[in-house]
Ligand binder design. Structure first.
Ligand code: ADP
Ligand code: MG
Length: 344
């Protein structure tokens, strides 16, 4: 099985997009892997991905195809990263969290609550005799600074690396959680502090790290008409996103023997993801899009970000790394990483 899975998800039209009716939809379903896209000049092109989730898709479908295999691998000490990408309003946070982190409607729950539940379930089902603890931390990357969402006084955490721990954040607050309810409560308080993420890492004799990343909106700076500090924020976000694209491309190129250097250090985001993206780690990228013609050009750039990774998929699957569990979240104006846990 490939190490990189790239999917596209189209959310339903919003009430603002709806008045234009079907004419305003710029995509046409071919099958569960392929769709036709009509650009602003009415020219059509076909795109294929590992899976395309259309507007009627359920949260459970996305979880099962994209996340479940990675969560199961994380329990077996294979690192993984699940990333949502796309313009603001495209459905990244909805896919990652659902309508809210404490959402009660099972159907609407997003990837994060489902991943947390599966992690606890897999620990409980484990036949191995062990005591375990899951420690949760949440951080946000904002303007290239890593902030502790559980302790806002720690607003510039450093990123270190060691043989035993891999990439870690010295001094980051870690909250021990014993069941999914405690985990959600902690996540909820961290999210209220609006920043990035939590990381959950699981250590037995083996350890695996799983990182969930809800990226900042990918829309172009010029389109947002940003100035001053907002412009600086947009630049920082672009830096993170292009660094992420470059790292994935470099990983695939190095497998072809073309380049040795993987530019993880070009952004805080890629540095934190370093040991969950390279090596034997598994990556799932969910490209979230509006189906509306109004957003056609942003959707096209989102498909291209994903398609670039697909082109190199056959190479990427040979990349070597080792496993863990984390969650990164990002509001439209910041890039955040959420959740890491250690089970020991
Ligand atoms: P983003 O995080 O990409 O900026 P959101 O996830 O906040 O976007 O989604 C924008 C709006 O669209 C929200 O009101 C959200 O509830 C809604 N939405 C997104 N995806 C879906 C979906 N698949 N089904 C129903 N509503 C959705
Ligand atoms: Mg969001």
């Amino acid at each position: 099985m490939s190490n990189i899975t790239v999917c596209v998800r189209f959310r339903p039209l919003t009430s603002k997009e709806k008045p234009h009716g079907d004419d305003s939809v710029c995509i046409r379903c071919i099958d569960s892997e392929t769709f036709i896209f009509k650009d602003e000049k009415d020219e059509e092109s076909m795109f294929s991905f590992d899976r395309v989730f259309y507007e009627k898709s359920e949260q459970a479908d996305v979880y099962q195809f994209l996340a479940l295999p990675i969560v199961r691998d994380a329990a077996n000490a294979i690192n993984g990263t699940i990333i949502t990408y796309g313009q603001t309003g495209a459905g990244k946070t909805y896919s990652m969290e659902g309508p809210g982190i404490l959402e009660c409607d099972e159907q609407k729950k997003g990837l994060l609550p489902r991943v947390v539940k599966e992690l606890f379930d897999s620990i409980n089902l484990s036949e191995e005799e062990m005591t375990y603890s899951i420690k949760l931390s949440m951080v946000e990357i904002y303007m290239e600074k890593v902030r502790d969402l559980f302790d806002l006084s720690k607003d510039n955490l450093q990123i270190n690396e060691s043989k035993s721990r891999g990439i870690f954040l010295p001094g980051v607050t870690e909250i021990t959680v014993r069941d999914p309810a405690e985990a959600f409560q902690s996540l909820y308080s961290g999210i209220a502090n609006r920043a990035v993420g939590q990381t959950q890492s699981v250590n037995r004799t083996r350890s695996g790290k799983l990182i969930l990343v809800d990226l900042a909106g990918s829309e172009k700076v010029e389109k947002t008409g940003a100035e001053g500090r907002v412009l600086e924020e947009a630049k920082a976000i672009n830096k993170s996103l292009s660094a992420l694209g470059n790292v994935v491309n470099s990983l695939t190129c190095s497998m072809q023997g073309k380049a040795g250097h993987i530019p993880y250090r070009d952004s805080k985001l890629t540095r934190i993801l370093q040991d969950a993206l390279g090596g034997n780690a598994r990556t799932a990228l969910l490209c979230c899009c509006s189906p509306s013609a109004f957003n056609a050009s942003e959707s096209l750039s989102t498909f291209r970000f994903g398609a670039r990774q697909v082109i190199h998929e056959s190479m990427a699957k040979h990349i070597k790394a080792s496993p863990h569990v984390c969650y990164c979240e990002d509001k439209s104006d910041t890039v955040s990483i959420k959740a890491s846990a250690h089970v020991s």
